[in-house]
Write a protein that binds this ligand. Structure first.
Ligand SMILES: Nc1ncnc2c1ncn2[C@@H]1O[C@H](COP(=O)(O)OP(=O)(O)OP(=O)(O)O)[C@@H](O)[C@H]1O
Length: 320
């Protein structure tokens, strides 16, 4: 869907921001770009909607060379979410969300109805928040409006630059989870920039780990953790790989023990991350949590710290 072919960007002062990028993001795939400050992530992103032009190489969108596209028309197909959300301060939340559809000629009533649906989708009740102004929202709520607004024009492609960057870690994790649930429904093709490895791992179907202007590894999160391609990636991923496995390994039926008749006071669904399960477990004095079927809600069994340990070992063995 988005294809980089040997793309290099050199700024007029001679800085090479990125060199020979060559990768593809499949339709409906979420690829995270992660790396330290100044490694070229934002430059990569902005070349896709032509806010920055490459020095050499080409970028294809749905097979079409974007250099030949009209930039305005191109940007209509590409939603853009940035950290400083950039909402219009004098427009309400509903008006902000309806902006793009109205710009492209959707009748006002229809654009507003769609905006209300999208606010609902990102977890903001339009009856409560639709009439507020951006300054009357928390940072996390503003970021949700930013996501709703980007989705409003229903673009097949989304570019997200540190979209959850401006909020505290707890809200951030909640926004990430909500966003993943949303992505299961909308299935956009997404490039998401972050400097936070945990975020890259949690959100990405695949991760591009940037060194200085080049991609050091482009792979699934589990592969990056289990088999870093270079010394640099190993250093970036760090020594606590075991811990990070928690984020990418799901609670599976094999980890669960039969329920003992006592109703558990906390539950996760099969398929939840081990990290989520462990966080709950640590809060439970009983040392066990329930595991339920995500579709039927029925209790499948209980998970104990030993179950988490088994699951982690299984994950590490599989990837070794
Ligand atoms: N207009 C410009 N002129 C010259 N150099 C630039 C320009 N814009 C960016 N750079 C340089 O290009 C490199 C890559 O910048 P870029 O913004 O893509 O990095 P980044 O990975 O997004 O960083 P951050 O995480 O800090 O936002 C940096 O060395 C930066 O200083």
């Amino acid at each position: 869907m988005i294809r980089f072919e040997h793309v290099t960007k050199r700024y007029p002062d001679g800085t090479t921001a990125v060199e020979d990028l060559d990768f593809e993001v499949a339709e409906g795939e979420l690829v995270t770009l992660v790396g330290p400050s100044g490694c070229g992530k934002t430059t990569t992103m902005k070349m896709v909607n032509r806010l920055i032009e490459p020095t050499s190489g080409r970028i294809l969108l749905g097979g079409e060379d974007i250099a030949a596209a009209d930039p305005v028309e191109l940007r209509r197909r590409i939603g853009y979410v940035i950290q400083q959300v950039g909402l219009f301060p004098h427009k309400t939340v509903l008006e902000n969300t309806a902006t793009v559809p109205q710009l492209i000629g959707t009748p006002k009533a229809k654009a507003r109805a769609r905006a209300a649906e999208l606010l609902e989708l990102v977890g903001l009740d339009p009856a409560v928040y639709g009439g507020r102004y951006p300054e009357q929202l928390s940072g996390g709520q503003r970021q949700r409006v930013g996501v709703a607004r980007a989705l409003a024009a229903d673009p097949p492609v989304l570019l997200m630059d540190e979209p959850f960057g401006a909020v505290d870690p707890v809200v951030r994790e909640r926004l990430q989870n909500e966003f993943l649930t949303l992505q299961k429904t909308v299935r956009k093709t997404i490039l998401l920039v972050t400097h936070d490895l945990e975020e890259a791992i949690r959100l990405g179907d695949r991760i591009a780990v940037y060194g200085n202007g080049t991609i050091e590894q482009f792979a699934r999160p589990a592969a990056v953790l289990a088999a870093p391609a270079t010394e640099y990636v190993a250093g970036f991923v760090g020594a606590d790989r075991g811990l990070k496995h928690l984020a990418v390994t799901a609670v599976a039926p094999a980890d669960v023990e039969a329920a003992d008749g006592k109703a558990p006071t906390a539950e996760v669904a099969l398929g939840a991350s081990l990290r989520e399960a462990l966080a709950l477990l640590l809060r439970e004095d009983s040392g066990r949590i329930g595991v339920k079927d995500p579709d039927t809600g029925a209790l499948v069994g209980v998970l104990t710290p030993e179950g988490v340990h088994r699951a982690l070992r299984r994950a590490q063995l599989q990837e070794a």
